[in-house]
Design a protein around this ligand. Structure first.
Ligand SMILES: [Zn+2]
Length: 385
């Protein structure tokens, strides 16, 4: 029944996208209620969508909302009203998509004594709780991961729990050899290893991919192997997420502010040579978790300007090297003779630049040393990797 519900959710989403598309082409303005009426109410009454009546309508309504949001993001993106990565035209969801989901709002679910979750038209579902809910949830999304596991994800209000202030800030340089190198304002250096969760499973995954390629397309055995691959990927993702959660909390606990480079991560992943290693490190997720935890615990995450040449600037005297190929791990500065570990030097520059930018934002004077570390080469190429 869960699978059927997410199937219907997908059909309604696609119908809503089609409905909006047609209206747009015909120059007709349709409200959300009208789309809902057409793709849910009228569809249920018709012959070929009558089965929509068998699943929870709250989940279908949420699906129409999601389609609305996708269109709004697209329009806003075209009108330059939207920050961040440009949103594309809403796409149809496929039956073959690996992740299926259905969202239930307040009227569609109840928490039962004994830890069961009641879902409209589905009934009581047994849940293995990973943790207690901090407050009354406003919605629940049931997600089916490609490895076949179902997850219930609740939206809850969380009261901030500020930590006592500390007199320490950190600059963070994200990398591949090490996940991150940290330079703290108290002079400490911390190397955070990169466990390369995916790379470790590389051989198992390669074997399974070969096995899958041998199986007939659309066959039962191919599906079995596909699921084995998904299970391995699921394990990798969970191990990585767990690692990031723990590190992010430590960073937030020990530092009042964490400075990171505002990396154009999606742009960098397009560099095929580095793409796999960067995705495996999961920088984006790591930074997002630091931001989330900082917000909850009353700390600051500051993203320094993307064009800071953090790797090729000497953190001691401000000398800027012409180039700094990726293979160079240690170097000494021709200006002052200081010996540098590539990533630790970058982290120091990020810390200095971040602190200077924050001082500037507060309207205070920038100290000369901070200005040196910032450099003056606004137009140089980024050397983020
Ligand atoms: Zn120097």
């Amino acid at each position: 029944m869960l699978a059927r519900t997410s199937g219907c959710v997908r059909v309604v989403f696609n119908d809503a996208v089609r409905c909006r598309d047609e209206a747009y082409r015909a120059g007709e303005k349709v409200s959300s209620t009208e789309v809902q009426r057409r793709v849910i109410t009228l569809a249920k009454a018709g012959e070929d969508r009558a089965w929509l009546g068998e699943v929870a309508s709250v989940a279908l309504v949420q699906s129409v909302r999601d389609a609305d949001r996708a269109f709004r993001n697209w329009f806003d993106s075209m009108a330059k009203r939207r920050k961040g990565r440009p949103a594309g035209r809403p796409r149809f969801k496929s039956r073959k998509d690996n992740r299926q989901s259905a969202r239930f709002t307040r009227s569609g679910f109840t928490l039962r004594p004994g830890g069961r979750l009641y879902l409209a038209k589905i009934g009581d579902v047994r849940v293995r709780w990973s943790r207690g809910l901090p407050s009354e949830p406003s919605s629940v999304t049931v997600i089916r991961e490609p490895d076949g596991h179902y997850y219930a994800s609740f939206v809850v209000e969380v009261t901030p729990t500020p930590l006592p202030p500390v007199d320490r800030e950190a600059g963070l340089d994200l990398g591949i050899a090490r996940l991150a190198t940290l330079a703290a304002s108290d002079g400490q250096r911390v190397d955070i290893p990169n466990p390369r969760h995916l790379a470790r499973k590389h051989r198992t995954l390669a074997r399974l991919e070969r096995e899958k390629a041998r199986r007939a397309k659309g066959g039962k055995n191919r599906d079995k192997t596909r699921r084995k691959v998904a299970i391995q990927h699921g394990r990798v993702a969970r191990a990585r997420r767990d690692y990031h959660h723990k590190l992010a909390l430590t960073l937030v606990r020990e530092n009042q502010a964490v400075h990171v480079e505002d990396l154009n991560i999606t742009g960098m992943v397009r560099n095929r040579r580095l793409a796999r290693a960067i995705s495996d490190a999961g920088w984006a997720q790591f930074v997002r978790l630091i931001e989330e935890k900082a917000e909850r615990h009353g700390r600051t995450v500051h993203k320094v300007s993307r064009w800071l040449p953090s790797s090729k600037t000497c953190s001691a005297c401000g000398y800027v090297m012409d180039g700094m190929p990726l293979r160079v791990r240690v170097w000494s500065c021709p200006g002052c003779g200081a010996a540098h570990d590539r990533d630790h030097n970058a982290a120091k520059n990020i810390l200095a630049a971040g602190q200077a930018e924050r001082l500037n934002a507060r309207g205070a004077r920038v100290s000369p040393s901070a200005r040196v570390a910032m450099g003056d080469e606004a137009g140089t190429t980024p050397d983020a990797a």
